[in-house]
Design a protein around this ligand. Sequence first.
Ligand SMILES: [Fe+2]
Ligand SMILES: [Fe+2]
Length: 206
Amino acid sequence: MREQVITWLQNNVSPHRLEHILGVEKMCIKLAHCHQINPEKAAQAGLMHDLAKFFPPSKLLAMAQAEKVDIDPVCAANPHLLHADVSAIVAKEHFGIKDEEVLTAIRNHTLGSPQMSDLSCIVFVADALEPNRGDNPELADMRRVSWQNLYKSVQQTCDYSLKYLLNSHRPIHPRAILTRNWALHQSQQSVEPQPDLIKPLEYNNH
Ligand SMILES: [Fe+2]
Ligand SMILES: [Fe+2]
């Protein structure tokens, strides 16, 4: 199956994009082991997340319409955003992927979604942070956080993409903001107690 997908990708995406996809697959596996998530599902979603990356806008719109994907005005004006949904369609129809969690993780890789599963979080984060995305102090710090706190990592990834979209005067999909606010809330809920806030055992015994 993996070789079959890679052969398909060699004919449908650029060599540079294929490197990115293999980087995402690898990081998904590592993050899955780190956060106790099924590594086979993570690998599958990572490998197939960008199947439709190079489909022309007309094909993305036609395939999304045929599958009754909700095409909101932002996606209608920017069909490239639909490559996530259409990649899930190709994964299902061409490669026979039936696992809804894997398909949803593929769908969520660009905009995320509030309440998304940990599997979706892993693919979302790996898409932005795999090594081929470059190297700078901010990315290095984000990569460090991705091993420690998945929700914090999703929030940082959202902030990083939103800053890029603002700086490059590109449209922002409202779901990207909803995902960011959800991840911010989740990361604040999951803050580990600081050692100096934990009462020593002796104190409790007195
Ligand atoms: Fe993508
Ligand atoms: Fe990607």
